[in-house]
Write a protein that binds this ligand. Structure first.
Ligand SMILES: *[C@@H]1O[C@H](CO)[C@@H](O)[C@H](O)[C@H]1NC(C)=O
Ligand SMILES: *[C@@H]1O[C@H](CO)[C@@H](O)[C@H](O)[C@H]1NC(C)=O
Ligand SMILES: *[C@@H]1O[C@H](CO)[C@@H](O)[C@H](O)[C@H]1NC(C)=O
Ligand SMILES: *[C@@H]1O[C@H](CO)[C@@H](O)[C@H](O)[C@H]1NC(C)=O
Ligand SMILES: *[C@@H]1O[C@H](CO)[C@@H](O)[C@H](O)[C@H]1NC(C)=O
Length: 335
């Protein structure tokens, strides 16, 4: 009997211990946690975690429930959506770096808090618990149901090989299938896609075409919002086909001396397609600007000129167009 409950306990722990990047965007710091059932229910409703249930691969049962726990340092309280977590006597804390609820620090023995922090900072349903015994009951509840045990352990092993495949669409409407296994950030996604499509990493960017911006590498990828991610496949041979004159010029953007692979802008100044493209990418998305000026002579570099001198791919052209449209709207709204 005792050994069975130990097994159940460790299985449940295991099932809940996977890193869950999709919890990160749901974290909010709160001054206090709900202190009774009524408050708890209303906080959980407000947080609406169940709406995200199918948006993560953190637990096979797809549970995503409201938790109010300490942060990793035990310095603040946070509300977070996470797979259901069964506590075992130590205070549950949410770790941003581990991307999951942890409770591995014996220094934070809940029962030693006054009042015991179990009643203050419980996992999703332990607001009901007055003491650890009741939590034990919660864990042991599933003990008699051997099917449940089987299911949990099966799910745990399957989770490791869980390979979810998603379809992404490029700016020009091409479909690319990609496995989401181990994809946590936008950078992970780009790496997978660039390998799959055999294009250099710098030529595979993820954009938000609605808002005319690029997703940053460190941003957590949210499977639920897949339709917001559009791929932009770049030109991997950007520098090819430009006339060589054999002269050395100063790059108007980087100030470096350049001898080949140059392009000359309409104002007469020189740069390199790659440098120009990076500059466009830095300066235009999200800036509200509708044109770029030569950094030296302030001549306007029009859209067609940027497309031509950056030797943009179809995707890049379309994205630049989106960016300028969004920026135009922003500009009008400001006036
Ligand atoms: C929770 O999210 C769902 C889906 O987005 C929405 O339909 C529902 O109205 C939300 N409920 C609350 C209480 O915000
Ligand atoms: C946690 O503590 C470490 C140092 O002990 C500190 O660097 C970090 O900023 C703290 N994090 C939070 C969320 O308080
Ligand atoms: C706690 O999680 C369980 C399992 O998902 C769910 O059935 C229950 O409604 C949750 N309780 C609260 C108060 O959110
Ligand atoms: C594109 O550039 C790569 C080097 O970056 C080169 O190996 C390849 O042959 C070029 N492709 C074409 C079509 O010129
Ligand atoms: C632009 O890139 C393509 C390869 O994608 C290349 O064939 C072409 O010559 C390049 N140069 C110019 C000036 O268009």
């Amino acid at each position: 009997m005792i050994s069975l409950s130990v097994i159940v306990c460790s299985i449940v722990q295991l099932a809940s211990s996977a890193s869950c990047p999709q919890s990160i965007p749901t974290v909010s710091v709160v001054p206090r946690c709900p202190s009774n059932e009524k408050e708890w229910i209303s906080a959980a409703e407000r947080k609406n975690c169940s709406a995200l249930e199918n948006c993560h691969t953190c637990s096979k049962d797809r549970s995503f429930v409201y938790h109010c726990v300490l942060n990793k340092n035990a310095t603040e309280l946070v509300e977070v959506c996470a797979p259901i977590w069964y506590m075992s006597g130590f205070c549950a804390r949410f770790s941003m770096t581990d991307r999951r609820i942890i409770n591995d620090d014996p220094a934070l023995d809940c029962t030693k808090f006054v009042p015991p922090c179990l009643t203050r900072f419980p996992s999703n349903e332990s607001f009901k618990s007055e003491n650890v015994d009741e939590l034990d009951e919660l864990i042991i509840e599933s003990k008699d149901d051997s099917k449940e045990i089987e299911k949990i352990s099966l799910d745990t092993t399957r989770k490791d090989v869980l390979e979810e495949v998603a379809n992404f669409v490029t700016m020009s409407g091409k479909n690319i299938l990609c496995s989401l296994k181990n994809v946590v950030t936008i950078r992970d996604l780009r790496e997978k896609l660039s390998e799959k499509e055999s294009v250099p990493l710098k030529c595979l960017l993820v954009v938000d075409k609605e808002n005319g911006v690029l997703y940053q590498d460190a941003t957590v990828f949210e499977p639920c919002k897949k339709e917001r991610y559009t791929l932009m496949v770049g030109n991997k041979n950007r520098t090819q086909g430009f006339k060589e004159d054999g002269n050395v010029h100063t790059d108007v953007i980087s100030n470096k001396q350049i001898s080949h692979g140059k392009c000359q802008m309409c104002c007469g100044h020189f740069t390199v397609p790659e440098t120009l493209f990076d500059w466009v990418k830095d300066k235009l998305p999200g800036s509200g600007d509708v044109e770029l000026q030569c950094p030296r002579c302030s001549d306007v570099w029009e859209e067609e000129e940027l497309v031509e001198k950056c030797n943009m791919s179809e995707d890049e052209k379309l994205f630049l167009n989106c960016v300028l449209e969004v920026n135009e709207k922003t500009k009008k709204m400001k006036q």
